[in-house]
Write a protein that binds this ligand. Structure first.
Ligand SMILES: [Zn+2]
Length: 559
């Protein structure tokens, strides 16, 4: 097996944090008799939640037979290959908000990565999902906001575990702040994410000594140039260059080389996932998580797959290198957990699926794959309509399908604007549908299986009356909402279609009898499933998910 990424960072972290792999070998040799998991089996001492950003069900299916590391192990457990991030706004922040709350974004309040608050007490009316816009001097732009969990309107599993037993430890480490924050919740002991300087946490909070050590090791790795990775033989058939629209270069044959200090390329590689996993392992060890009387929760958000998907699409050499890398890194992490002898349970899922770039989709499956028409941009469209009707400008703001009309409009002006905008949008050849907030507010959250949801059902599940736009548009299938490809951003997710909604949901625990169940379950089912495993009561009226039975046959793990 060729070395697909340098292990320099892992070695540095292991040396710094005393997390060797020798113990893992020892544990394998010992091979103790494993007790079969049954309904009466005591709760695991450690819950491990791994979210792989943009790991679609399609990507999992494509690579499943090639996995030999951590993903292969988790695939031997209880496999729901057709899990659903059921809602329409299939973005990172909403998706992560469903995983450990049991709620759709309509309940968590995380309707998009960015939404607009036209009453925000600052010039920038755009609000990032994981910021506090009331902090003076902030904006929603990267590096200028104050990271915060205040937008999340419901408790997470970790919050409920701490409410039951304050000794329960909750630690959340991720490649992105919104991933760490939305899964960590309101009361986590430690929340951190990758940053150009290593690791970062909330303003005014300090990294713990072990997190600081990890941060220093990661900063050292970022500062070190990386040569091209060796392409494994099984990736060779994906090593085909595809030309980007507008002469913007090629993707598909990358090897993940980067210059010293290139944080963007560091993020888009398995090295970043390895850094997050090594940090999580080190924090677990330092805190003795899983070694006390109560169950602890270790949360890991792996972002590299998403950066690779956005930067180079889902079907090139780059994604093949990334899949091999995440499989190996998760495997190494699990081996470290094995070495502790702790009874732990793992769930792995994703915040949303993904879709390849239109240039590559056109070559084989879908000649009609398109990039979005710039005329649909809320500001451009608002300008055109305001000029036609003589309305005040700016008429409209928006992003990602949510359109917000100016609050300065009179009722008559608003009516006139909608009367012009909605038919115009509905007639556009790239638009599947346009729905107003009044229509969505009147539509109940669907209780039907997520694979048969209507467009209204999907949009309703990521609608919040105080945060969503005045109307929401959905693009037709295979219309990529990036008008022009740019560096690091050629393909995306976010649509209402199943390629962006379907994700794997994998459960694994030592002694578990694995099985596969292809029915459509949902990521909102993960929280009540884990809660049941540890005997934590959850008021079903406060969530949208339900417990998934992880024991084959008539016995059930749902208490
Ligand atoms: Zn994401």
């Amino acid at each position: 097996m060729p070395l697909v990424t340098p292990n320099l960072l892992k070695i540095a972290l292991a040396a710094t944090l005393c997390i060797g792999s020798g113990a893992a070998v020892q544990a394998q040799n010992a091979a103790p008799q494993v007790q079969k998991v049954a309904a009466a089996t005591p709760a695991p001492k450690l819950l491990v939640v791994i979210a792989v950003d943009q790991l679609s069900a399609d990507l999992y299916a494509e690579y499943r037979s090639r996995f030999g590391g951590g993903l292969a192990r988790l695939g031997s457990g209880v496999v729901f290959p057709s899990g659903y991030q059921a809602h329409g706004a299939t973005e990172t922040c909403p998706g992560h908000s469903t995983i450990l709350t049991g709620g759709h974004p309509s309940r968590t309040g995380i309707v998009a990565n960015n939404y607009f608050n036209l009453d925000a007490p600052r010039d920038d009316k755009r609000v990032y999902c994981a910021e506090d816009e009331t902090v003076p001097g902030t904006s929603s732009r990267s590096g200028q906001y104050a990271p915060s969990v205040t937008k999340l309107l419901v408790p997470t599993l970790g919050d409920l575990m701490k409410a039951r037993d304050p000794r329960a430890q909750v630690v959340s480490v991720a490649g992105k702040d919104r991933s760490a924050i939305m899964m960590g919740g309101h009361k986590a002991d430690e929340v951190m994410w990758l940053a150009p300087g290593g690791l970062a946490t909330y303003r005014g909070a300090a990294l713990s000594p072990v997190a600081q050590q990890a941060s220093t090791a990661i900063a050292g790795a970022i500062a070190t140039a990386r040569g091209p990775l060796t392409l494994p033989a099984e990736c060779e058939r994906q090593d085909i260059a595809v030309a980007l629209d507008g002469g913007k270069g090629n993707v598909g044959t990358g090897r993940m080389a980067r210059d010293a200090g290139d944080f963007r390329r560091f993020l888009a590689s398995p090295e970043a996932d390895g850094a997050v996993l090594a940090t999580a392992a080190a924090l677990r060890q330092a805190r003795k998580m899983g070694e006390g009387d109560t169950t602890d929760l270790l949360i890991v958000g792996l972002a590299a797959t998403d950066y690779v998907g956005h930067g180079t699409g889902t079907e090139g050499s780059e994604m093949c290198l990334q899949m091999a890398g995440v499989d190996r890194e998760v495997g190494d992490f699990l081996a470290r957990l094995d070495a502790t002898g702790i009874d732990y349970a793992v769930v792995l899922t994703a915040d949303h699926g993904g879709h390849d770039l239109p240039e590559r989709n056109r070559q084989n499956a879908w000649p009609d794959a398109q990039r979005v028409d710039r005329a649909l941009d809320p500001e451009a469209l608002g300008k055109a309509v305001a000029e036609k009707l003589g309305l005040p400008q700016p008429l409209m703001l928006g992003e990602g399908g949510d359109y917000y009309l100016s609050k300065s409009l009179t009722a008559a002006q608003r009516k006139a604007a909608l009367g012009e905008l909605l038919p115009r949008l509905r007639a556009h050849p790239q638009v599947e549908g346009v729905v107003t907030k009044e229509e969505l507010a009147a539509h109940p959250v669907s209780k039907r299986p997520a694979d048969v949801w209507t467009l209204m059902d999907k949009l309703r599940a990521s609608f919040h009356p105080e945060r969503s736009g005045d109307f929401i548009i959905a693009l037709k299938p295979r219309v990529t909402p990036i008008a022009e490809p740019g560096v690091g951003y050629v393909a995306t997710h976010g649509s209402v279609w199943d390629y962006d909604r379907r994700v794997p949901i994998l459960f694994w625990r030592k002694g578990m009898t694995g099985f596969e169940q292809p029915n459509a379950v949902m990521t909102v089912d993960i929280m009540p499933t884990l809660a049941s495993l540890i005997g934590l009561p959850v008021d079903t009226a406060t969530i949208d998910g339900r417990c998934l039975d992880l024991i084959p046959g008539p016995e059930t793990s749902c208490r």
